[in-house]
Design a protein around this ligand. Structure first.
Ligand code: ZN
Length: 316
């Protein structure tokens, strides 16, 4: 059975939909690759940001939940998302973020790489890490950031847990990750080295407060499998290991199964196929509201329940 290669997508919660788009698209230079609704709550948006085509390992998605109280950080959650950036680009990002009124923390070293951390407008924790890119993403030429500085898909996520062993065992025994090192309380696990988002870090925080889910929290992280067949193999394997895992859900752009690991963090396993070009051409991704076939009869009511959003112009 093939090991999990890396992350497929990460999903978080944003309160202000326009602010969310302005930040990820116009400030961080991620392409807005899909404008759709939350399939479990179709009167709210679901946004997808990624590289030019929304490659697995570059996709950050948001549920836009206007009235959600702010989340509180703690154990039992995915606490941070890191993107890869080219070597020598962090000075550009320090300046660029400052110009856009985003305050950054001093650059720190982690496993020999430079890390710049900051928060998104909902206080979600983001990191840019100078790292050799071993699988270049599809650069969005029309975007606001020059290619020499542009984000290159995910580097890693950081999980905060009270108890290390059970999460570590799951990654190693069921998901095919390898132990890659330890720095103080941070334990690193790696999947396939040839894909974006192949690193999972666990920060061991025994006895610390549990997280309280809300706006700015990461809702779940999705790992990738190539196709439906591999997904079903994982469903059996993880069920046999004693986890309660869902049936396959059709997310239109991929198929998904979900389970909570022992620390309480929601994991998803998603297929690479069919991808975001299934219902609109790559050239115009994200420009209009896309609905799965089963919601099309309700399009008018759905559109009326959503606030208007705009893709604002930016300086190149
Ligand atoms: Zn998901």
């Amino acid at each position: 059975m093939q090991a999990i290669q890396g992350l497929h997508h990460v999903t978080a919660v944003a309160r202000d939909q326009q602010r969310n788009i302005d930040f990820y698209r116009n400030v961080l230079g991620q392409r807005f690759v899909k404008r759709t609704v939350n399939f479990d709550a179709p009167d709210t948006y679901h946004f997808y940001f990624g590289d030019r085509i929304g490659s697995p390992g570059s996709i950050l998605t948001f549920f836009a939940w206007t009235n959600m109280p702010r989340g509180v950080r703690g154990n039992g959650e995915t606490n941070a998302l890191a993107y890869k950036v080219p070597q020598g680009s962090l000075e550009f990002w320090q300046e660029h973020l400052k110009k856009n009124n985003v305050s950054t923390n001093p650059i720190e070293m982690r496993f020999g790489e430079k890390v710049l951390s900051f928060e998104d407008p909902d206080s979600m924790r983001l990191e840019l890490i100078e790292s050799e890119s071993n699988s270049p993403t599809k650069f969005w030429e029309a975007g606001p950031i020059p290619q020499e500085y542009a984000l290159q898909g995910f580097h890693s996520v950081t999980l905060w847990v009270d108890e290390l062993e059970s999460t570590a065992e799951l990654l190693k025994n069921q998901m095919g990750y390898q132990v890659a090192g330890q720095e103080e309380k941070r334990y690193r696990f790696i999947g396939d080295k040839n894909v974006s988002g192949h690193i999972v870090d666990i920060l061991h925080r025994p006895g610390k407060m549990q997280a309280n889910f809300g706006a700015g929290s990461i809702h779940h992280i999705a790992f990738r499998v190539p196709n439906d067949e591999a997904q079903l193999e994982y469903q059996s394997l993880i069920r046999d290991a004693g986890y309660r895992i869902t049936e396959v859900m059709d997310r239109n752009y991929f198929h998904s199964i979900y389970f909570r690991e022992h620390a309480g963090i929601l994991f998803e396993i998603a297929t690479d196929t069919p991808g975001f070009a299934i219902d609109e051409p790559v050239e115009t991704l994200g420009e209009t509201l896309k609905l799965p076939a089963w919601f099309e009869p309700n399009r008018k009511a759905i559109e009326e329940s959503l606030l208007p959003i705009t893709l604002k112009a930016f300086e190149k």
